[in-house]
Design a protein around this ligand. Structure first.
Ligand code: NAP
Length: 294
């Protein structure tokens, strides 16, 4: 048996089509959805991520640009830039690319973005709304993208046991809340595992839906997976590879080759969660514009 591939690129293309149509409707009303990326420093991976997201934004008709600041930017300067974007009527979404330089406190910076423009869903107000089940907030893009993969991949969720490995703030924790919601496309029984979880493999083998969000290269192997389970690979890990011109390659948290032989469905990596994260970011941006100009 070989698992069905949950093709994130194909799903993302469907969402981009819908987003593009929503952008056209906004433009007919004289509103051009605008998205600004803030990149602090010259981390090569961040540069690549931001330029990919900016390109996709432009493809769906969103006016997007990147504000690049030097690594040494003082906190006050960055906060002033965010304040200016918060009050700029042409800007509907603001994304601060992580990681920030160590000298800049993440919580202070992310909390400065207006919750109405926080299309990444990281602001405490939006996190709080997620916890309360208040749909007026923005959902964090990666967990929301995973729910869309399950929906478009026609994976049943109600009553299913979802095991998420990794309780990080960006993926594992919000995903646990989303999958446990009393709602179509959710209603899972959720287990949130982490580095202190005992007998991890015994637990993951009980999963109908298994999500790797721990950031450990190829960590989840065949012995972690129940036959027929749906496996979602979130991880993006850099491993040394002298044969690659860059000297490294990116791999996920799931050992795709061994797991696909037992899983019922699996996301490829790359080409699974990553493209969906971008789709949800663009969809959130258009929603921010729609909310402001109903
Ligand atoms: P994070 O905040 O560092 O959290 C990692 C989590 O994994 C922690 O809860 C940690 O446990 C747990 N963990 C680490 N080693 C473990 C082990 N051996 N067994 C069980 N649990 C273990 O990471 P994150 O920001 O959530 O990101 C997770 C991964 O997703 C990263 O590879 C990241 O690059 C990737 N990611 C991908 C996308 C995308 O669009 N594709 C978006 C965001 C993130 P403790 O809490 O006990 O330390």
């Amino acid at each position: 048996m070989s698992a069905r591939i949950l093709d994130g690129e194909a799903f993302a293309a469907r969402i981009h089509g819908e987003t593009s149509a929503r952008v056209s409707r906004c433009k007919k009303r004289g509103v051009v959805p605008g998205l600004v990326f803030i990149r602090v420093g010259e981390d090569p991976a961040s540069r690549a991520y931001v330029s990919r997201k900016e390109k996709r934004a432009q493809e769906v008709g969103i006016a997007s640009r990147t504000l690049v600041l030097p690594e040494s930017t003082p906190l006050n300067t960055l906060l002033k830039e965010i304040d200016a974007l918060n009050t700029d009527p042409k800007v509907h979404g603001i994304l601060i690319q992580s990681p920030l330089p160590a000298a800049l406190p993440n919580d202070v910076v992310y909390a400065r973005v207006s919750p109405a423009k926080d299309v990444d869903g990281f602001h405490p107000v939006n996190f709080g709304k997620l916890l309360l089940g208040d749909a007026s907030g923005f959902l964090p893009c990666t967990p929301a993208g995973i729910l869309e993969i399950l929906r478009l991949g026609e994976i049943p969720t109600a009553g299913q046991h979802a095991v998420i490995v990794g309780r990080g703030q960006i993926v594992g924790r919000p995903l646990a809340l989303l999958l446990a919601r009393k709602s179509p496309g959710a209603d899972c029984t959720v287990t949130l595992a982490h580095s202190r979880t005992a007998n991890l493999a015994a637990l993951t083998r009980q999963a109908d839906i298994l999500v790797g969000a721990l950031g450990r290269p190829l960590f989840l192997k065949q012995e972690h997976v129940k036959p027929g389970a749906t496996v979602v690979d979130v991880g993006v890990n850099r491993v040394n590879d002298p044969s690659n011109p860059r000297g490294y390659r990116l791999v996920g948290d799931v050992d795709f080759d061994s797991v696909k032989a037992v899983a019922g469905a699996i996301t490829p990596n790359p080409g699974g969660v990553g493209p969906m994260t971008i789709s949800l970011l663009l969809s959130n941006t258009v929603r921010a514009a729609e909310d402001l100009h109903p």
